[in-house]
Structures are given as C-alpha cells and as structure tokens.
Design a protein around this ligand. Structure first.
Ligand code: N2P
Length: 356
C-alpha cells in the first residue's frame, strides 16, 4: 500500500511539474495569447521602431517572426502547431487561405483606420468586401540595373536579360511565381498561364538563361546589388527602391511585355490566440503616420492614401514605384489552385537544381 501511495505521489509530482514547465514555456514563447501578439511577416518588411511603439501603446509584447515566400508561410500555418495572430500573405495566397478555412473574419468595427486605404485597393476579387484581409503594401516585379555595369542595355524587354554580355551578372529574387511569371511574360504569356506546353516552354527558356544568372537569393539581394556585386536584379519594386536609396547609380524598369502587380495583406490566421490584439495591430498599422513611417523605412508602396500624403514628394511622385496603374500591362496573380501552385513550385525548383 505504502509503495502504491509513493508511486501515485511520484506520478502526481512529475505530471504537475510537466504541466508547469509546459505552461511556462508557452508563456515565454508567446503561445499563451494573453499579453503577447505573434506577428508573422515577410523579412525586412517593417520599421522595428513601430513594433516598439505598438508595444508601448498596447501593453502587448510582440513576438515577431519572418518568412520569405507565401508558400513557406502557408505550409507553416497549414501544418498547425503555430499561434500566429497576424500573417501577411499576397493576394493569391489570401484567396487560397480563405478558401481553405485558414483565416478568421475581421471585425470592421475594430478597424476604424480602414477608411485611410485607397478604395482602389479594397474589395478586390481575392477577398470581396475585405472580410479577411487589409492591404499592407503593394508593388510590381521588375528589373533593377546598374547602367555602368551593362553595355547599352535598357531592359525595355524581358528578353534583354538573355543578352550574352550579361554572363553571370543577374540576380534573381527567390520566388517561383516571380521567376516563372517573368519567363512567361518574356514569351508574351500570362503570369497565370496554366497551359502545360507554355509552362514547359517557359522552363526550357529559363534554362537557357542559366549562364547569365549569378545567383537566386533572398533579402541579401539588396545588399549585393547596392554594393555592385551584380549588375542586374529581378526584384520586387520596394527592394529596388531601397537599393536605389543606397546606390543611386541603379534604376528600376518595368519591361514592355508587362509584369506582375501584387499586394500583401494583413490577415488573422485561424491559429490566432489574441484576436483583439491582432485587430489593434492592424488598426495601428493603418494609422497614417505609422503607415507613412513604415513605407519610408521599408521602401515599398503604401495603399494608404492618408499616409501617401505625408510622404516626401520624391517618394510619392516617383512613377517607378507609384506607376499609373492603367498605363502599364500589369497582371495580378490568380489563385491557381493547390495543384497548379505546387506545379509552379516544382518547375522553379527544377530550374534551381539545374542551375546548381
Ligand atoms: C519584403 C518582401 C516583399 C514581398 N522583403 C513581396 N510580396
């Protein structure tokens, strides 16, 4: 009997101990929700001062994690085991996530600053009525280049990238849709093409660009181009703006065949623990002063009209980063469905593996 009591006591102590440790770990990793807010955003995509300001205003502790592609972010949220309160998917990923029930509906009464957003960025087909998402930044995919390091090329066409003089001079952003889309655009096809012959032709054409591609990189693309370690980059517009800020010899162009127009959007994933805090964060980022500060810091284009008015004119009037949307052949990525999106990733991976 005594032994039984001792065994029970031991089990009790171990179980209680485990419970305590789990609780403590959850709290310190921000998994408990209460006083923390877990934000999952693209790398280099917020002014850190704004995180501190939000913490001071809200009394919440922000746990900030980053991703480098929609696909990586969605996989992590789909797999579960995370408690992200905020994520920032691009439009086609918002559509996919809402259809897969990965998002919580927003409460517009908690987002009074939503009225600051330019209506052109609201109520779009990937999220009618903005039930699940609020625009954060927008931009294009284009070519940033250093005229001193390329001979007489102006990149009016995507096909200029294939010029033999560019051997080992081009950096690619590490994005399946961006690079497959570029190859498709170079053949006057849509960035949303799903025709297998066209996709295989795009991959074959990409393979022929291999000698000119120095590397496929993440956020370090900005540093490499600004330091003139490569002459040309296929980049998101905001990265180009930061590169040009650091080295004004470079410029940014959108080739005439057209390109992608994207937007990234704040959402509350189904895994959220602090829904109230998530709304507070979204509303905070929609505040004109905060949004302007953020846009100036990260270099991306803001969809916030009131913020735009607060930005210096050399930013807000720069047509490279605030192009007239009607004047260019710009295409938004469609949600091509789970299988086709996976196929784009496979094709891009095949290109990457061939390259190495
Ligand atoms: C910022 C990444 C921007 C993502 N580093 C474009 N969708």
């Amino acid at each position: 009997m005594k032994q039984l009591v001792q065994t029970f006591a031991a089990i009790f102590i171990v179980a209680f101990g485990l419970l305590y440790v789990t609780h403590y770990m959850n709290a310190s990793e921000g998994l408990s929700g209460g006083n923390t807010l877990t934000v999952y955003n693209w790398g280099d995509y917020i002014d850190p001062e704004l995180i501190t300001k939000f913490e001071q205003e809200s009394g919440l502790k922000v746990i900030y994690q980053t991703f480098d592609s929609n696909e990586a972010m969605m996989t992590k949220i789909e797999q579960g085991g995370t408690t992200f309160d905020i994520a920032v998917p691009s439009e086609y990923a918002v559509d996919k996530m809402r259809k897969e029930n990965l998002l919580l509906p927003l409460d517009p009464s908690k987002l009074p600053n939503l009225t600051n957003i330019n209506p052109e960025f609201l109520n779009l087909s990937f999220d009618p009525g903005n039930r699940y998402s609020v625009p954060y930044f927008w931009g294009t995919v284009g070519i940033v280049y250093n005229p001193e390091l390329v001979s007489n090329l102006t990149f009016k066409s995507w096909n200029d990238l294939w010029d033999p003089s560019l051997k080992n001079k081009i950096l690619f952003v590490d994005g399946a849709r961006e690079i497959m889309g570029m190859a498709l655009n170079s053949m006057n096809q849509s960035v949303n093409d799903t025709n297998e012959d066209h996709l295989q032709a795009a991959l074959a054409k990409l393979h022929t660009l291999t000698p000119n591609v120095k590397a496929i990189v993440g956020d370090e693309i900005k540093m490499l181009l600004a330091n003139e370690e490569a002459a040309v980059g296929i980049v998101w517009s905001g990265d180009a703006s930061e590169i040009i800020d650091a080295n004004d010899k470079l410029t940014y162009v959108l080739p005439e065949e057209g390109t992608n127009l994207w937007s990234d959007n704040m959402v509350i994933p189904k895994t959220a623990k602090n829904i109230e805090g998530a709304h507070q964060f979204i509303n905070f980022m929609l505040d004109p002063e905060n949004a302007a500060q953020n846009a100036e810091y990260v270099g991306y284009s803001t969809p916030n009209d009131k913020a735009l008015k607060l930005l210096p004119e050399d930013i807000s009037q720069d047509k490279r980063f605030y192009p007239d949307l009607g004047s260019m052949k710009l295409e938004v990525y469609d949600n091509l469905g789970k299988r086709m999106l996976a196929h784009y990733n496979e094709l891009f991976l095949e290109f990457k593996m061939h390259k190495k």
